[in-house]
Every structure is written in C-alpha cells, then in structure tokens.
Ligand binder design. Structure first.
Ligand code: SF4
Length: 312
C-alpha cells in the first residue's frame, strides 16, 4: 500500500517495451486506474522514457472505440494520485536517475478526459516546479469538450506551457477522427469544439519553437476525412496530423470500428498523402506488434484486463 492511498499491482510486462500497472484507491477499491511505464523500443531509458497516466477513474465521455467508457465512471483522479502514478513509474527503475533523462514524455491519456480534471493542471505545475524531471515533456490529449470547465482548463494549460514548457517541451493533442460533424458526434458522444474552434485555439497555442498541435485520426475506413476542409479550419502552420490504428477494444468491435495494423496499409498511406497534399506534416503511428498484443498501445485495450486482474 502506498502512503498516498493507491494500491498498485503489475498487470503485464513486455520486457524492453512496457510495464502495465493497475491501481485502486485504498479508501474506495471501485476507483481504479491503469498506467504505463514504457520505452520506445531500441531507445535507452536515459534518452527517452515514456509514462502514461490516467486522469479519471473510468471515463465519462464514452467514445465509440474506447473501453474506458465501459467502466463505471468514478470521478476525477486527484492530483496526488496522478503524481503517485508518476512516482511509481520512476521508482520501478532505481538504476536510472530521472534528473539525467533527456526526455521524459508523460502522456495524460491513459484513461479519462483530462480537461475535466483541474487536478491535471495541479500535477503538471507540481512536476514543473519540483524540478526533479528536467526532461519532462507533458502530453495532453483531449476530445475538446465544449464546456466551461474544459475551456478554462485549456486556457490555464496554455499559460502553464508558456511559463514552463516552451521550445517544444509540451504536446497538445485533439482527437478529431473525422471531419464530418455528425460522425464525430456519434464517435464522441458529448458536445465538442468544432474544427474551427480547434484551429483558432491552435493558432493561439503555438508560439515560436513550440510543437504543433496534433490532430489525431483513427484509421477506421468508414470515417469521412476531408483534408481540404480540415486545412481551412486548422492551419497546417499550427497543426500536424497523426494517423493511428483503431485498436481492438470490445466497444470498437461492437461498433464496427476496429482497424488494427502494425504496418500501415496502402489506404492509410493514401490518406496520409492526401493530408500532406494540403500542407500537413503527417505522422503514421504504427505500434509495435508487442505493444498491441500486450494491450499497451492504446489506453483502453487493457480496461477489461484491469477488471479481470483486480484483487478479490
Ligand atoms: S478515448 Fe479518451 S475521452 Fe474517449 S472514452 Fe476513451 S478515455 Fe474517454
């Protein structure tokens, strides 16, 4: 039992790639999260270390391709429990001094919509001020909820980035998936920012030396994608496009969305070329086969495993 209230256990280990952990609150075992300690295969930990933490107990959004929404939503993960996930990742490698790691990429993306949780801002600020992770590069992924809490969150995040994480040391990602608003609403069943609003925010977000804002698209073939329309709303000067497989979640399977690959098929490369043709930089994000098999390449693949592996 940790001093800060999380009981942690290892769910899976993929040597040299990732360790997948589950944790539950000591005071309420129904509040569970999962988090990941990973490497980019072939890159030493001292060069790049990757953490992926949960920001909510379950998720209240319920995206059509994601099993996090399957879990009963139990609220926001407090800042102290987010930091505890980070501490557990660091503590698993006493041989590595975090102060010497060139890049510690910390994804607030495993389970939950981070912009609903002000504790995420607190956790990022605490890590920035603490100075124990000079290579920290936070990465926040959001569906862009259209509500005051999320709008305030993103404005405050922008201030945090400008204060502590300039020169490419912060990554902001929006889940877009389709340029058709009706399809997008069906995939992400809450009110979200339209593309124009994402583009307007990206224009204010990106300052000289910053990373471009990432626009994420899962590759499910039936999703409508209009690169020219996207480019009109979100300038390629401010944004890049990332294409990923749609991982084999239970919910994705039920909704006919699964499109799993470790080498991009021609139709995905064609889509990439179409985005490039209107000026975008495109990243085709192919996971390693071990990642998909181990349920670590998508924050939600392991949700069912968490249930199965929970202590009696
Ligand atoms: S994709 Fe993200 S926002 Fe959507 S249900 Fe999963 S965790 Fe929640």
């Amino acid at each position: 039992m940790s001093a800060l209230g999380l009981e942690v256990w290892r769910l899976r280990s993929i040597p040299g790639v990732a360790e997948l952990y589950a944790a539950e609150r000591r005071d309420d075992p129904t509040r569970r999260v999962e988090f990941i300690d990973a490497l980019d295969p072939g890159i030493p930990r001292e060069t790049k270390w990757v953490g992926m933490v949960s920001t909510q107990f379950g998720c209240c959004v319920g995206c059509a391709m994601c099993d996090a929404g399957e879990r009963r939503f139990r609220g926001n993960v407090p800042a102290e429990d987010i930091l505890e996930q980070v501490r557990r990742i660091l503590a698993a490698h006493p041989e590595t001094d975090p102060r010497t790691v060139k890049m510690f990429k910390l994804h607030f993306a495993r389970m939950g919509e981070p912009t609903f949780n002000p504790g995420v801002l607190e956790a990022i600020a605490t890590l920035a001020k603490g100075g124990a992770l000079p290579g920290l590069v936070p990465s926040v992924s959001t569906v862009g909820p259209d509500c005051p809490v999320s709008v305030d969150f993103l404005e405050e995040l922008r201030r945090l980035k400008d204060r502590w994480f300039r020169q490419g040391r912060f990554q902001l990602q929006f889940s877009v998936h389709t340029t058709d608003p009706v399809q997008r609403r069906a995939l992400i069943p809450i009110r979200t920012w339209g593309l124009g609003r994402v583009g307007e925010f990206a224009r204010r977000w990106v300052k000289a030396g910053d990373r471009k804002v990432t626009l994420n698209f899962v590759s499910s073939p039936d999703l409508v994608v209009d690169p020219a329309a996207l480019a009109r709303a979100c300038r390629p000067e401010d944004c890049l496009v990332k294409l990923t497989p749609t991982h084999p979640t239970k919910r994705g399977a039920r909704n006919g969305l699964v499109d799993d690959w470790t080498q991009a098929p021609e139709r995905v490369l064609e889509r990439a070329r179409a985005f490039e043709a209107v000026g975008y930089k495109v990243i085709v994000n192919a996971p390693w086969p071990e990642e998909t098999a181990g349920g670590v390449s998508c924050g939600q693949v392991a949700a069912s495993v968490v249930k199965a592996a929970a202590p009696a």
